[in-house]
Design a protein. Structure first.
Length: 70
């Protein structure tokens, strides 16, 4: 089911766009459970947030490797 179909089934917005928060015209970002609309800025916002999260995890793992007492 698409985010729009889920919203219709529930009779109210259950899913909103990650970027602009609209509740219509939604699809799954890259087939993941992240709803985005057709605006390229909204897809880019999720991609940027995901990239940031990956960088933070890599930075943390590097910190642990460099500072671990073992």
């Amino acid at each position: 089911m698409s985010p729009d179909e889920i919203n219709r089934e529930h009779g109210k917005p259950v899913w909103r766009c990650f970027g602009c928060k609209t509740d219509a015209g939604l699809h799954w970002w890259n087939s993941l459970s992240v709803a985005v609309c057709d605006e390229s800025a909204c897809s880019a916002a999720y991609r940027d947030a995901l990239s940031k999260s990956v960088r933070e995890q890599e930075d943390f793992e590097a910190y642990v490797r460099e500072n671990a007492p073992y």
